[in-house]
Design a protein around this ligand. Structure first.
Ligand code: FAD
Ligand code: NAI
Length: 462
């Protein structure tokens, strides 16, 4: 008899959700975690702390830019950085403790320490070897390195260092105009830093809808972020308090240097599988280091599964969670399923940016006939009242069947609005189904309905 039905390695959103579902399905479950606290990258150094800083800095932005217009007079708040850090830590703590509570409630054993797999069916933590019928790897990811850029997490930092800087920098250079760069770049720009984003490509947030990319960059520029596009960073040179970023413009190979107090490297993340012993076990991995899995999330080694950031697909907490639930169902002999066509992505800047499904660019490439319904937030009463009318909702539907294929939103509450479109897509709805659904007035969600109307007979308020 094995000690456990399932041992999960890693207690991020993939691992901890998987552990809870395994326990709910009646499996004897343990979860190995080497960090001091549960919750993984997301709760400790990712989604949650970054959203706390985005929230706090957005409040400051509102006070500085919009309060007086609404008749709220008085001195703008000043920033107490130590207190903002304490607030961020409090948010982290309540969340990680929440996961610990759920482990206890569901009778999941937390095996504290770093785990390895000496052979299928065994997990070693410290000096102890535990046996399990199934092992699920949910070891997550880490920041990718860039040659010539040495990270000290003080002056040249990854997102982890950027979340806990000793002080707000006067000048910050962000390498990479992706999700991390723009979210954390926004935080420090709102807090008063002079932020320059250096991006290798000619557009920000690669892979996103082209209209959104342009609007998003225009809005961020208006908020004070500067951009150097088409630039290949060669190296950084850092002292204890300052750094220089050397880059070459791709169009003419000209060389340039930027000075900074802090440099944030945000050029992507890669799977973290160090110390698990995968090579000795013969677990297959892709060229990018992702653990290869089949449709049931099982690797080529029977009884060993993998989920979340350490396998292929978008590196998102909710994608990891969905895989965690589905893999648990598989291990329990049920039929876990993830619809990879309907995984939303959200950037939590102001305004928020959200997307799901196909882009126009991808449909054009695939030669598929589609139609677009677009509605500007300028025509939405609630958005105008809240000084949040810059942006739009764009719905893409099949030209013949009207079935919704994707949606792209930049505007207030985009991260919440996207979900009615996700649900519609899950049900195979047409744009007309959305357009025929009564939406309360005055809400931002009316913009979604108007975009759906624009796919057919036309929006009312444009
Ligand atoms: P992780 O959360 O990385 O967890 C893996 C855990 O496994 C870690 O705690 C690690 O310590 C542990 N571990 C690894 N190896 C071992 C071992 N051998 N033994 C024991 N323990 C081990 N995603 C979103 O969807 N929304 C966001 O807003 C968002 N914001 C982000 C902001 C930042 C700054 C960053 C860096 C990421 C953000 N992400 C966001 C991405 C999100 O954090 C990840 O997609 C998510 O955490 C992946 O979950 P996971 O369970 O696969 O791995
Ligand atoms: P990313 O993949 O989003 O963006 C990286 C950017 O860096 C790209 O624009 C890329 O073109 C650029 N780049 C790559 N090499 C470069 C170079 N040498 N010089 C200049 N630019 C270069 O990666 P990021 O922002 O590091 O985020 C990592 C992961 O974390 C993402 O996959 C994302 O899904 C996840 N995440 C999700 C969040 C959310 O859902 N809101 C928030 C933060 C992170």
């Amino acid at each position: 008899m094995a000690d456990y039905d399932v041992i999960i390695i890693g207690a991020g959103p993939g691992g901890y959700v998987c552990a809870i579902r395994c326990a709910q399905l009646g499996l004897k479950t343990a979860c190995v975690e080497g960090r001091e606290t549960l919750g993984g990258t997301c709760l400790n150094v990712g989604c949650i702390p970054s959203k706390a800083l985005l929230h706090a800095s957005h409040q400051l932005h509102e006070a500085e830019h919009n309060f007086a217009r609404m008749g709220l007079k008085g001195k703008s708040p000043s920033v107490d950085w130590k207190q903002m850090q304490a607030y961020k830590q409090e948010v982290i703590d309540t969340n990680t403790k929440g996961v610990e509570f759920l482990f206890k409630k569901n009778k999941i054993d937390w095996l504290k320490g770093w785990g390895s797999i000496p052979e299928a069916g065994k997990v070693k933590v410290g000096d102890e070897v535990h046996t399990a019928r199934n092992i699920i790897i949910a070891s997550g990811s880490e920041a990718s390195a860039l040659p010539g850029v040495d990270i000290d997490e003080k002056v040249v930092v990854t997102s982890t260092g950027a979340l806990e800087l000793g002080k707000i920098p006067k000048k910050m250079v962000v390498i990479g105009a992706g999700v991390i760069g723009l979210e954390l770049g926004s935080v420090y720009a709102r807090l008063g830093a002079d932020v320059t984003v250096v991006e290798f490509l000619d557009a920000i947030t690669p892979g996103m809808d082209g209209d959104v990319q342009k609007t998003f960059q225009r809005i961020l520029k208006k908020q004070g972020l500067k951009f150097v596009m088409g630039a290949a960073v060669q190296k950084t040179e850092a002292t204890k308090t300052k750094a220089k970023v050397h880059y070459k413009l791709r169009k003419d190979d000209s060389e340039h240097v930027l000075d900074a107090d802090v440099v944030l490297l945000a050029t992507g993340r890669k799977p973290y599988v160090d110390g698990l012993g995968l090579d000795a076990l013969g677990v297959e991995r892709s060229e990018r280091g992702q653990i290869k899995v089949g449709k049931d999330w099982q690797t080529n080694v029977p009884g060993i599964y993998a989920i979340g950031d350490c396998i292929d697909g978008p590196m998102l907490a909710h994608k990891a969670e969905d895989e965690g639930m589905a893999a648990a169902e598989q291990v329990a002999g049920k039929h876990g399923h993830v619809n990879y066509g309907v995984i939303p992505g959200v950037i939590y800047t102001w305004p928020e940016v959200a997307n799901v499904g196909e882009t126009e660019e991808a449909l054009k490439k695939a030669n598929r006939a589609y139609k677009v319904g677009k509605f500007m937030f300028m025509g939405n009463g609630r958005a105008k009242a809240n000084f949040a009318a810059d942006g739009f909702v764009k719905i893409i539907a099949d030209k013949e069947t009207d079935r919704i294929l994707g949606a792209h939103i930049i505007g207030p509450g985009a991260g919440d609005l996207i979900h009615e479109i996700c649900v519609a897509m899950e049900f195979g709805a047409s744009a007309e189904d959305l357009a025929m659904t009564c939406h309360a007035h005055p809400t931002y969600s009316e913009a979604v309905r108007e975009a759906a109307l624009a796919c057919g007979s036309g929006a009312i308020h444009s």
